[in-house]
Design a protein around this ligand. Structure first.
Ligand SMILES: Cc1cc2nc3c(=O)[nH]c(=O)nc-3n(C[C@H](O)[C@H](O)[C@H](O)COP(=O)(O)OP(=O)(O)OC[C@H]3O[C@@H](n4cnc5c(N)ncnc54)[C@H](O)[C@@H]3O)c2cc1C
Length: 441
């Protein structure tokens, strides 16, 4: 996601996030640990890796089970495509008042604010501002209708529809599915501050390389968890490769799409209230397509395409001689591109749109492309969670509640501060459930 803070003014109280701040420092100050048993963490994304690192720091016997070949989840790194390392998944740190802000500050990680100007493809013209301001959410008590419906009700004509889609795309959603009511409430909760920051290196390195290297011996990749039995005192976790693990506590950090499916069989089955809560949380298709060109003929942020509603210059904050534009495709647009027969067809569709915007300059400057389709990643299957129409204010709380003091739930979709959809939101949940298991709070 990018720049949602720019569209919706932050009304959250800076400092609420301090619940999570200085977590590493605080661990030394908190009450002595009570829990001394064995933990299994399922899922090696930001939440799982960070939680495993915290358990290890406290001397807990912990194992991290990751289904795919590598840890990282929705954080990934691509080398060799450009003369700088590319973030395949998350790339912006949203605000600095967060646990990631602390990691960045304490680790002297170099970041640059991305305050580049926006351009809008509107009525077949590239504009630097829209005829009518579309920042329509601030502090309002909104009905539970879709963002698309709300924009129509507010008098935005169909010409604005691609712009509305681009804003919904920041939330990883299609405008027809996104609950404008919850989106507003969640924005009011946001406490991470303003500004989107780019990493000189990568977000992947800051989180996954940094903490992942410290837990490497505890990670079992290619471990697809397919059964969790919590009928006994100890929980039994079974994997598709035949491996079986037992633990006193199991921390589940898989994406909400996986929890909504039958990929993991629970014995006994999860409470119905929990599965209903899972079903209320949305997670739609999403992809990033990296397009490399011989020159920078494009604007830094282009909103309003009908093939892809948002294109972003990837070079901000990087030391590079390359020119890479990202097509950030979400919702129905991502579903349409994902259904095309191959990556070449996806790139052609995007190039046709850019050629229309820039008079053929996309084709004449084209060098290379790389498609990262998260919808097709078998253990992710989408972009990030959003609040669908009909979601209740308590849905994420119910979804994230522990069961029998044995099963615990983390991951971006389980964030209760309005920081879901983000890396720092995922990490906050890893810290929260680590604290719950350690009985620190
Ligand atoms: C295209 C895109 C761009 C984004 N941009 C940003 C951004 O700029 N800034 C930002 O803050 N956030 C961004 N996000 C969101 C951010 O990447 C996520 O919120 C965050 O990385 C999620 O971390 P997680 O640990 O909750 O889940 P994940 O990273 O999805 O990790 C879950 C892990 O569980 C594993 N798993 C699944 N099923 C099983 C199983 N059965 N057994 C074992 N393991 C399993 C998966 O393989 C995965 O590794 C973006 C996301 C996408 C897709």
């Amino acid at each position: 996601m990018k720049s949602r803070r720019s569209f919706v003014k932050s009304l959250g109280l800076l400092g609420v996030g301090s619940l999570f701040l200085s977590s590493c420092k605080k661990l030394g100050l908190l009450r002595p640990k009570r829990f001394k048993g064995k933990v299994v963490v399922i899922g090696g994304g930001a939440a799982g890796v960070y939680a495993t690192y915290l358990f290890k720091q406290q001397g807990i016997d912990v194992t991290l089970l990751e289904a795919s070949d590598t840890i990282g989840g929705r954080l990934g790194k691509l080398l060799g495509f450009a003369d700088y390392p590319i973030d395949l998944g998350a790339q912006w740190m949203h605000g600095r008042s967060s646990i990631v802000g602390e990691i960045v500050a304490n680790g002297n990680v170099q970041v640059t604010i991305d305050d580049t100007e926006y351009s809008y493809w509107f009525q077949n013209q590239m504009l630097t501002s829209l005829p009518k301001d579309i920042s329509i959410f601030e502090g309002e008590d909104l009905p539970d209708v879709s963002f698309a419906q709300y924009a129509t009700d507010k008098g935005f004509s169909s010409d604005y529809q691609p712009i509305v889609e681009s804003l919904a795309g920041d939330y990883g959603a299609d405008a027809n599915d996104l609950s404008v009511k919850m989106m507003n409430l969640e924005e009011l909760n946001w406490s991470s501050g303003d500004g989107d920051y780019k990493f000189k290196e990568t977000y992947f390195d800051t989180i996954i390389s940094n903490f992942g290297n410290q837990i490497a011996s505890l990670v079992k990749t290619q471990s697809i968890v397919n059964k969790i039995d919590y009928t006994q005192d100890q929980v039994t976790v079974s994997c598709a490769n035949g491996q079986v693990y037992t633990a006193d506590k199991v921390l589940i950090t898989v994406p909400i799409t996986v929890l909504q499916s039958a990929d993991i069989q629970f014995n006994p089955i999860l409470p119905i209230s929990k599965t209903i809560a899972f079903s209320k949380i949305g997670m739609g298709p999403g992809m990033k397509v990296f397009l490399k060109f011989t020159s920078k003929f494009f604007a830094d942020n282009i909103y309003g395409g009908s093939v892809c509603a948002a294109y972003f210059n990837d070079d901000i904050g990087k030391v590079t001689n390359d020119f890479v534009l990202i097509a950030f495709v979400m919702g129905d647009q991502a579903a349409s591109l994902s259904a095309l027969p191959n990556d070449t067809a996806i790139v052609s569709a995007l190039m046709a749109e850019l050629d229309l915007m820039y008079n053929g300059l996309a084709t004449s400057n084209f060098v290379d492309a790389f498609v990262q389709d998260y919808s097709k990643k078998p253990f992710i299957r989408g972009a990030y969670s959003y609040s669908k129409i009909g979601i209740e204010e308590t849905s994420r709380t119910t979804a994230s509640q522990s069961i029998d003091n044995k099963l615990f739930f983390a991951g971006e979709a389980m964030n209760l501060n309005g920081h879901h959809q983000t890396v720092h939101g995922a990490i906050e949940t890893g810290f929260r459930e680590f604290s719950n298991i350690m009985e620190l709070s």
